[in-house]
Design a protein around this ligand. Sequence first.
Ligand SMILES: NC(=O)c1ccc[n+]([C@@H]2O[C@H](COP(=O)([O-])OP(=O)(O)OC[C@H]3O[C@@H](n4cnc5c(N)ncnc54)[C@H](O)[C@@H]3O)[C@@H](O)[C@H]2O)c1
Length: 363
Amino acid sequence: MSVPATSIRRMRIGVIGCGKISGIYFQNLPQLPQTEVVRCADLDVGRAKEAAAQHGIPSAGSVDDLLVDDSVDLVVNLTIPAAHVAVGLAAVRAGKHVYAEKPLALTTDDGRELLVEAAQHNVRVGSAPDTFLGAGLQTARALLDEGAIGTPRAGAVHMLSPGHEHWHPEPDFYYQRGGGPLFDMGPYYLTALVNLLGPVAAASAVATSGSPTRRTPQGREIPVEVPTHVSAVLEFEGGATVTAVFSFDVPASTVPHGIELYGSDGTLVVHDPNNFGGPVLSRGKGDTEWREEPLRTPWSENSRGLGVAEMVAAIEAGRDHRASATLALHVLDTMETIHAAAERGERLPVRTTCVRPEPFDTF
Ligand SMILES: NC(=O)c1ccc[n+]([C@@H]2O[C@H](COP(=O)([O-])OP(=O)(O)OC[C@H]3O[C@@H](n4cnc5c(N)ncnc54)[C@H](O)[C@@H]3O)[C@@H](O)[C@H]2O)c1
């Protein structure tokens, strides 16, 4: 990650949850000019101490100790989805801003409770993913806003995979509520789509589970509590219709992870929104070849934590932050609506909405 120089006060970060994804946050947050990591914690205190030793963090211990530490201004919550709201509520009640990994909560009602409580304590809540702030998705956003493909009318997104038990050391949560391909990977695709097209108005879907249990490479069985293949049709407030497939039941596929948008005058192909960088391809109606668009902003490497830094910059400047809880709540509501539409066999309206975040270049 290459970081432009700025001169602002660093906010002091406490990281809760020192598992698999924490490494990239421990690597990036100290490099960003807005953030320094002063403390980390985990249910498994030994794991927190190991992370602190590995990454040079001054202090490590229990969650309770972190929450009463006045030197922590903002909690980065990297716990498993089922713990996001409980940990988030404890942090906002302790007067700390919170930035949570995705999904924001297991249900829209729980997510809303976190937002209400944060407002009562006068602290902010932000949420992953922040990949939409990256060079690829911001270049795509600029192209759309400039009318490069005319009026967006439709789109297709695919996240077809064999499931996470093949690489994650503790994959159980991916098959519990808050997991599955929709709640795990959907936030990247839906946040990217909302940033590109605006909020989702309604959803229809079919969802299935390939198998009642999964097996890790070591032979351990994991119960499956959620759909593992979800096909949805999303209707956006702006008029576009997007077909979206999220699966942990696909052994192999030639369809790349990514987003295609079809406009009145052309097509835009956007890279896997789990990443910050390109490629972004465009092709106008009369063109005979694809054009690879030059990326316009600096954040093309794995810059997880950029959303935290942008949130700190926004707090300091007294403006709204981009990886916001209202955006995450709308994405969560859209996912919940997709599951409900599949269960009921109905087309359902998405009850929440949000404002498209402002475009982002750099600080
Ligand atoms: N692993 C990835 O590649 C990846 C990528 C992007 C986002 N995420 C998201 O990051 C979050 C964490 O994923 P992970 O893969 O690091 O999981 P993990 O299981 O490897 O780590 C989670 C950690 O949180 C701790 N924890 C659980 N409940 C807690 C609680 N109540 N209080 C304190 N600590 C608690 C666990 O002990 C564990 O150390 C999830 O929301 C996931 O969706 C993961």
